[in-house]
Design a protein. Structure first.
Length: 117
């Protein structure tokens, strides 16, 4: 994964930034973060820097659902759109990586996509 130039000042006192790597396995896309765990004590918005490409589904292929996970344990969460439908690789397809704005609600463990930047 690419390194942040100044990791100690990325969004200093602002919205948290998590660096993730997307991979495809078991019929889904999983964006994995360096050790970080969503917890029942934390609710709020954050940015996700996806460092690699997310392939669009091929012609005639069913879009793959997207999940977030962390290295070294933690739970896997489906990434939901505002409508409640799960985000897919068709929505997040990129050839270079990119940035997502998300919101985690610890009261119901809902991980929601807010914006694709």
């Amino acid at each position: 994964m690419a390194e942040l130039t100044y990791p100690n000042v990325a969004n200093y006192n602002g919205i948290p930034l998590l660096k993730g790597n997307a991979s495809v396995a078991d019929g889904k896309v999983t964006i994995t973060f360096e050790p970080h765990k969503f917890s029942e004590q934390w609710t709020g918005g954050f940015w996700v820097w996806v460092t690699n490409a997310i392939a669009a589904p091929g012609s005639g292929e069913t879009p793959l659902p997207v999940f977030f996970n962390t290295q070294g344990g933690g739970n896997e969460y489906p990434l939901l759109r505002f409508s409640g439908a799960q985000a897919t690789n068709a929505l997040l397809a990129t050839s270079t990586g990119g940035v997502l704005q998300c919101f985690f609600n610890s009261s119901n463990n809902r991980l929601q996509l807010v914006a694709i930047v």
